[in-house]
Write a protein that binds this ligand. Sequence first.
Ligand SMILES: CCCCC/C=C/C(=O)SCCNC(=O)CCNC(=O)[C@H](O)C(C)(C)COP(=O)(O)OP(=O)(O)OC[C@H]1O[C@@H](n2cnc3c(N)ncnc32)[C@H](O)[C@@H]1OP(=O)(O)O
Length: 303
Amino acid sequence: MALASGVRFAERALLRPWALLRGTTLGRTEPAAGGGGDGARRFGSQRVLVEPDAASGVAVMKLRNPPVNALSLELLTELVISLEKLENDKTFRGVILTSDCPRVFCAGLDLTEICGRNPAHCAEYWKAMQELWLRTYLSSLVLVAAINGACPAGGCIIALSCDCRVLADNPKYRIGLNETLLGIIAPFWLKDTYVNTIGHRASEQALQLGSLFPPAEALQVGLVDQVVPEDQVQSTALSEMARWLAVPDHARQLTKNMMRKATADRLLRQRDADTQNFVSFVCRDSIQKSLQAYLEKLRQRKG
Ligand SMILES: CCCCC/C=C/C(=O)SCCNC(=O)CCNC(=O)[C@H](O)C(C)(C)COP(=O)(O)OP(=O)(O)OC[C@H]1O[C@@H](n2cnc3c(N)ncnc32)[C@H](O)[C@@H]1OP(=O)(O)O
């Protein structure tokens, strides 16, 4: 089935050589517990577990970078490669994105990747973050986020790049863009993604205040589509997936592209400038001090 030429163009434009990185162990395949045939084989990498179900055309992709699924360079890379692998396999039409770490969906940027690092590393890291967002935001697959834990900042952005979000009803599982509370600023494409999801006024307030919404409020503001008891997150995500897969792929994909292309193109047009902005911002002494203080606070909070 033909994809929109715009989708193809954007996907081709995303291929980057940095994808083959240190520390990744990609492409491993192992039988799922009790599984036999191809449809029951798991594959993935050290930090991304993929459980494909060929019969339904749906794969469950689990982030497993303990303790909090912080988006390290390796995790970003492995997520992009796993997604690309599924997109290139015509068996699959949908992916459920969830966490393998208890109580946390994803803690956002791995702050150790941008604290005390040189500008070259920060640039490489930011390009990887851009790449993951572009890949997920423009994915031809249906992406459903089964949010089974806390979902701040970069975690929220991954969830917002999906087509649909199901959040577990636990007051500790807050979701939102809290960047300002760390003394940093969400780039325009994160802001655009927020605005596209919850509207301008709600974004204006939530971004400035760095709001992290508990489930009921997240539902009310439109950050998530369903809030369900924790033990029903996976089954609800599967039901949502069935609803989205009931639509013919070509019509859904072209519509998704029509809705999202302008937002993605804005970043594609100025990727290098966005990277330079990020690097010069996070490498400032004052920002480094804020990030170090925030990390220290997180570490001291324990016990
Ligand atoms: C300038 C451009 C901006 C770009 C836009 C994106 C920005 C971001 O994503 S910035 C990151 C924002 N993230 C957060 O503010 C979340 C911080 N973390 C938490 O609030 C909590 O850790 C939690 C709610 C996600 C989980 O809580 P809990 O289960 O209680 O786990 P701990 O807080 O004890 O953390 C365990 C361990 O993990 C370290 N850690 C937590 N988050 C991060 C992180 N984002 N990056 C790196 N490391 C993180 C934490 O310090 C603990 O470490 P140890 O003490 O060494 O065990």
